[in-house]
Design a protein around this ligand. Structure first.
Ligand SMILES: Nc1ncnc2c1ncn2[C@@H]1O[C@H](COP(=O)(O)OP(=O)(O)OP(=O)(O)O)[C@@H](O)[C@H]1O
Ligand SMILES: [Mg+2]
Length: 229
């Protein structure tokens, strides 16, 4: 459904992605792993339309999207959950969901039900400011918002980063439940999460795709995966 074909991406004159190609089949959950600075966030931001490749193409269901603005990419059914876990802090939890419902053209009740089904505790927090949520709850809210409107493709950048083990289990459960309904590219450093959920893994190093792992035995082998971090 998604094809990233030999893209180069630069910040000003500094080229950070070099000839990167990845693909995603319908229904797959693919993980991207690599050290800090490898270019993982840059890759997701480029697919989401926030950065333009200087070379190469990106296509979604056979149509080129690399020239589109982020809103246009979103309208084609791509949702990007950034690494920074930023919610609209001054709005309530409900207000955050309302904005997503409005943007996606989904009825509010349906959007609320969708997010609450991920994390029923939000029922007690709907009128609270989103800024008061824990890091894990913010991430869950962001993933929930991203699911509003039934997107085709989710791009999630380091969902478990900085979270306590117990909340990582919540995120794991949510990602695991999503596998049925949505295709996803997830950047993640928690190799236990990666190895349990990945259909395939791309290893990034210094702005390039160093390897692609497809063998289930390799994907399960977290000790081996450690070598790439
Ligand atoms: N806005 C920017 N301007 C200039 N260089 C940047 C910018 N953002 C990132 N870079 C550089 O691009 C390279 C790739 O960064 P990127 O954030 O994509 O890596 P990453 O793999 O997501 O790292 P991390 O694991 O720390 O999140 C790094 O060398 C980084 O310093
Ligand atoms: Mg990053």
């Amino acid at each position: 459904m998604l094809e990233v074909n030999s893209i180069d991406v630069a910040y000003g004159h500094a080229k950070v992605l070099h000839d990167v190609s990845i693909k995603l089949n319908q229904g797959e959950m693919v993980f991207v792993v690599g050290r800090n600075g490898a270019g993982k966030t840059t890759l997701l931001k480029t697919i989401a339309g926030f950065l333009k490749p200087t070379q190469g193409q990106i296509s979604l269901e056979g149509q080129g999207i690399s020239g589109l603005a982020p809103e246009q990419v979103a309208r084609r059914g791509v949702r990007y959950v950034a690494q920074d876990k930023k919610v609209f802090s001054d709005l309530t939890v409900k207000g955050n969901i309302e904005l997503a419902a409005y943007a996606a053209g989904e009825p509010l009740e349906q959007a609320l039900a969708r997010v609450m089904s991920l994390y029923p505790k939000f029922k007690d927090f709907l009128q609270n400011k989103a800024g008061g949520l824990s890091g894990g709850q913010r991430e869950i809210l962001l993933i929930g918002r991203a699911l509003v409107g039934e997107p085709k493709l989710l791009l999630i950048d380091e969902p478990t980063e900085g979270l306590a083990a117990i909340v990582i289990q919540d995120i794991f459960r949510i990602l695991s439940g999503m596998k049925e309904t949505v295709s996803g590219i997830i950047v993640e450093q928690n190799l236990s999460v990666v190895s349990r959920l990945a259909d395939r893994i791309y290893i990034m190093k210094e702005g390039k795709i160093e390897r692609e792992l497809t063998d289930p035995a390799e994907i399960k082998n977290t000790a081996e995966l450690e070598n790439y971090l």
